[in-house]
Design a protein around this ligand. Structure first.
Ligand code: SF4
Ligand SMILES: [Fe+2]
Length: 290
């Protein structure tokens, strides 16, 4: 629970506030952009919500904040906010919310499909979310984009009996017992509408998941910079090899997609042609100006 005694001075007066335990994961700023922004490495409330819709986004942020840094002076929960998570995005894909501090607040997603649902990366193992995922059909497979975002994978595996899949280069002690291992750099098809694309760079075993040639789950390989309104890759948080990450970005040029759903950073939806242009621009910036 957020603590009013630890309130950040940047918050505007009013019901909602962010306290000093914020880890600057960025979630609230893209989940409720009319209320939260970032300043000096922490989030703050720059404007109090003024409509029911905005209030709901704030309450979804309260549920999703990995460290409970968002508080309400009214000490009221968000009636109905739990019903809004997971939130439908497009083509049977849902944003889960309930970020985990273990993955530094990374986003996770659920793909709902008749052959069995897929959870992309691990949210917090939170009871309201578990109930909602059960209602949506459970989890058959847990796809882990890379080693940073595995969070509560073991609890999800035990509860839902789901298989887990991760690239061999990212397997460590905590993930030593996962059921399926991706080896090498070849693109693999899980089914006709799902492809796994290894994209080493951010980590040695980073992989993207492409759903229906339309939605690309990118982990920390690729995201959207909502300030600059352009695709983004972080050299600062490239733990493995920046030149390999550039090569992996070039590899993505060979695929079509209109959505980028990242672990960290904002998601984006662009027409296919525009996405292609944006990706080319990012590759150019990665190779010349970064
Ligand atoms: S969601 Fe929580 S930890 Fe993340 S930026 Fe907002 S207040 Fe900080
Ligand atoms: Fe990462």
């Amino acid at each position: 629970m957020a603590n009013i005694q630890k309130i950040l001075p940047a918050n505007v007066p009013g019901e909602f506030f962010v306290d000093k335990t914020c880890i600057d994961c960025g979630t609230c700023a893209w989940l409720a952009p009319d209320t939260f922004a970032d300043q000096n490495g922490m989030a703050y409330v720059f404007r109090q919500p003024s409509s029911e819709g905005e209030r709901m986004r704030v309450h979804m942020s309260v549920l999703s904040c990995p460290v409970g840094a968002i508080g309400s002076r009214m000490r009221q929960g968000g009636p109905g906010a739990e019903a809004h998570l997971p939130e439908p995005i497009d083509q049977n894909v849902y944003y889960c919310g309930y970020h985990s501090a273990k993955s530094y607040g990374a986003a996770s997603y659920l793909i709902r499909r008749p052959e069995g649902n897929i959870l992309v990366d691990s949210p917090r193992f939170a009871k309201p979310l578990i109930k909602k995922i059960e209602d949506l059909g459970g989890i058959d497979l847990m796809f882990l984009t890379h080693k940073d975002d595995v969070a509560d994978h073991e609890k999800f595996h035990r509860h839902f009996g789901c298989r887990r899949i991760l690239h061999e280069a990212d397997i460590g002690r905590e993930t030593a017992h996962i059921e399926e291992v991706i080896r090498g750099d070849d693109v693999q098809s899980l089914s006709p509408d799902i492809r796994i694309i290894p994209v080493p760079g951010h980590t040695a075993g980073s992989c993207c998941l492409l759903w229906r040639e339309a939605i690309l789950f990118t982990g920390d390989h690729l995201s959207w910079d909502s300030g600059k309104k352009s695709l983004y890759a972080s050299k600062h948080t490239c733990w493995h090899d920046w030149s390999r990450q550039i090569q992996s970005m070039k590899r993505l040029s060979g695929f079509s997609f209109e959505w980028v759903l990242p672990g960290h950073g904002a998601r984006c939806h662009l027409p296919f042609d525009r996405m292609r242009v944006e990706l080319a621009g990012l590759i150019d910036r990665m190779t010349t100006t970064f």
